[in-house]
Design a protein around this ligand. Structure first.
Ligand SMILES: [Zn+2]
Length: 278
């Protein structure tokens, strides 16, 4: 599943071909995505210019003249820049043409989204898909001075396991399943600890671990930027070498204890029971 780092790298990969460009055509090959793609998307978009692309959580927000185009990659979506003459592939769902480049959404499982949010309907920050998202991990509100306090405050009184609290994305976005296990390991926190037990010093450690983990993944993805343009390959995940994720039974990279795998809320969690404390 594309996580925040993949979405961020997608944004960086497509930006040079799309930003400042005007939409010349739109084609919907199969609009039955997570929500139906608006049938009049071509009418809406043609002639409008992309002022900039923002990422909010795992949503890409294309700032157009009259509103925002909202794109989500869902479980299996990939956005690529191609030439209009490039052959259509199975599972290509929507394409938006900007003169000599097309932006194509390829999405086998169809959990992605392509939606329109008009300025007339209010600010994008208040859009139902956006409004409840946690803080951005690289925003000013989650800077070194504030992030630990924010996590500590948000976790207060919560009985839910810290892994599931973090994964829910209501405190901070972008910590998907892989990055959750990795961040908790780096911070030395047991994934089954109640979120409410997170002390301020440990919250500060966790905040740093989250940022470092995501930064590393984005950096690793930077080398695959070219894959978003004129490419057939799947850029996939960027975490080159995980510390615990998907390493069940293998020795901890710090203390050599075998890594354990448990299931929390139907998702796998990996951790070292020696390095990570409740
Ligand atoms: Zn260990």
């Amino acid at each position: 599943m594309p996580e925040l780092p993949e979405v961020e790298v997608t944004k960086q990969g497509i930006e040079p071909y799309v930003q400042g460009k005007r939409v010349t055509a739109v084609k919907i090959y199969d609009g039955r995505l997570r929500w139906p793609v608006p049938k009049n998307l071509e009418q809406i978009l043609v002639g409008q210019q992309v002022a900039l692309i923002k990422r909010r959580g795992k949503y890409l927000l294309f700032r157009m003249d009259d509103g925002h185009l909202i794109v989500h990659l869902g479980m299996t979506g990939v956005l690529r820049v191609l030439k209009p003459s490039d052959e259509l592939k199975k599972h290509d769902r929507v394409e938006i043409t900007f003169g000599k480049h097309v932006l194509r959404l390829h999405d086998p499982r169809k959990f992605g989204a392509v939606l329109w949010a008009s300025d007339e309907d209010g600010e994008i920050e208040k859009h139902p898909l956006i409004a409840k998202l946690g803080l951005e991990p690289f925003s000013d509100d989650f800077n070194e001075a504030k992030a630990g306090k924010h996590l500590h405050q948000h976790a207060k009184g919560r009985q839910i396991a810290i892994k599931q609290w973090l994964l829910a994305g209501q405190a901070v976005v972008g910590v998907g399943n892989i990055y959750c296990s990795e961040s908790l390991f780096s911070a030395g926190i047991h994934p089954e600890m109640a979120a409410g037990k997170l002390s301020l010093p440990r919250a500060e450690k966790l905040a740093i671990a989250i940022k470092e983990t995501l930064k590393k993944a984005i950096k690793a993805g930077g080398s695959s930027l070219k894959d978003f343009v004129n490419s057939d390959g799947d850029p996939g995940h960027f975490m080159l070498q995980t510390k615990v994720y998907d390493r069940a039974g293998l020795p901890c990279r710090v203390c050599k204890t075998p890594i354990r795998q448990i299931v929390q809320g139907q998702r796998s969690t990996y951790f070292c029971h020696k390095c990570q404390k409740k």
